[in-house]
Design a protein around this ligand. Structure first.
Ligand code: TRH
Length: 355
């Protein structure tokens, strides 16, 4: 089947990152995908090799005139162009893919219909589709073959390629916005030999704002990374003993890495991200010191970063990995949904997921 995936890049990398991953995984499962994106430039570094089965369609104004495929996925309510919507009929499934959250509304809203009352699509019905952390949601995106890739991964060789000599010391990665506790974190990491691999963009700027031009503080050495491909971003997470991630896509990748992680939710002016963090902690069930660590990192608590017990941190990460693997896989959920009667005819059942 042909899937049209629409996304607008608002800011940061998550919109493009999630939708590229989704399109690539549809293609890996034998589907054809067109990724309509208003700013394809991040894909040059995220996915330099492209992907067979995925066509990137620059979403220009006016939009290219293409007939809708079999399924339309509108990511994060981005409103496909009217000229395209005109061609959608009841034959197509039209889904509004929403942001990942562990909040309870996700289960309630997953698959709810959203009748279109205005514009060229009036009379049609879209359906919400929510990734999530329970069996009654679409689940988490996890590509086939991830386990095999991890098993084949050569950590030392990859680190050497990045010019990193781990030398038995603690290795941490940092992908964050501008957490208030950053200076505190750097000081804490500087207490024992640590190399901190800082990702390009906001994380780097935030670290530079604390350290200035210095790349050493106490026992801490900072190394700035270039923008990595999504594959190499995974390799980074697999290589480190501790990962700081942000937004949604890298959170999922940190879970799959199975290594201790701390997550910074996308900060919202009204503090809505606090509920998101708490809901995630409800799923993760970390020990209290680690939960407090998440809260301080997200500005929910103003106290000092607690000393988290590394062993229990590792156990939490292992539990998250196991819980994550037990969830539905997002692309498999989409394929199953598409095959249901009433969501437009589907010729075959989806391939069984590797679970
Ligand atoms: O970049 P983000 O902060 O994206 C955010 C969130 O998705 C947020 O919810 C959304 O509202 C906002 O954007 C607009 O974090 P996220 O979601 O983890 O996406 C980062 C993507 O970038 C992910 O696919 C990994 C990828 N990446 C690389 O491929 N290479 C890199 O070097 C880095 C730093 C990231």
């Amino acid at each position: 089947m042909l899937w049209d995936v629409f996304v607008r890049v608002i800011d940061n990398h998550g919109d493009a990152g999630v939708c590229w991953r989704l399109a690539a995984e549809l293609a890996a499962r034998g589907e054809q995908a067109r990724l309509w994106i208003d700013d394809p430039s991040p894909l040059r570094w995220m996915a330099p090799a492209g992907c067979a089965g995925v066509t990137v369609v620059p979403w220009t104004d006016p939009a290219p005139r293409l007939e809708p495929g079999d399924v339309v996925i509108e990511a994060f309510g981005c409103d496909p162009p009217p000229s395209f919507v005109q061609g959608i009929t009841a034959r197509q499934a039209w889904l509004n893919l929403e942001y990942l959250s562990a909040e309870p509304y996700v289960e309630r809203c997953h698959r709810l219909p959203s009748p279109v009352t205005q514009g060229p699509g009036a009379g049609l019905t879209k359906h919400f589709f929510y990734p999530g952390f329970t069996p009654d949601t679409g689940g988490l995106l996890r590509e086939r073959g991830l386990g095999q890739r991890q098993a084949r991964f050569d950590r030392e060789a990859w680190l050497a390629q990045q010019g990193v000599v781990p030398g038995g010391i603690r290795l941490a990665s940092l992908f964050c916005y501008e957490p208030a506790a950053l200076a505190q974190l750097l000081a804490r990491l500087a207490e024992e030999p640590t190399t901190l691999l800082v990702t390009a963009g906001r994380a780097r700027a935030a670290v530079e704002a604390v350290l200035g031009g210095e790349v050493r503080q106490g026992a801490l050495a900072v190394q700035y990374l270039p923008l990595l491909s999504q594959r190499d971003f995974d390799h980074l997470l697999w290589s480190c003993d501790l990962n700081f991630v942000r937004g949604e896509d890298s959170l999922v990748r940190a879970i799959w890495a199975g290594k201790p992680f701390v997550w910074q939710a996308y900060p919202q002016d009204d503090g809505a991200h606090h509920a998101k963090v708490e809901a995630f902690l409800g799923w993760l069930r970390p020990p209290p010191d680690l939960a407090e660590y998440f809260r301080v990192w997200n500005g929910i608590s103003t106290g000092p970063l607690p000393e988290a017990d590394p062993l229990r941190w590792r156990q939490t990460a292992e539990l998250a990995l196991a819980q994550g693997w037990a969830l539905p896989e997002l692309v498999a959920s989409l394929l199953q949904y598409r095959a249901l009667p009433g969501t437009a005819a589907a010729p075959t059942l989806p391939p069984a997921d590797e679970l």
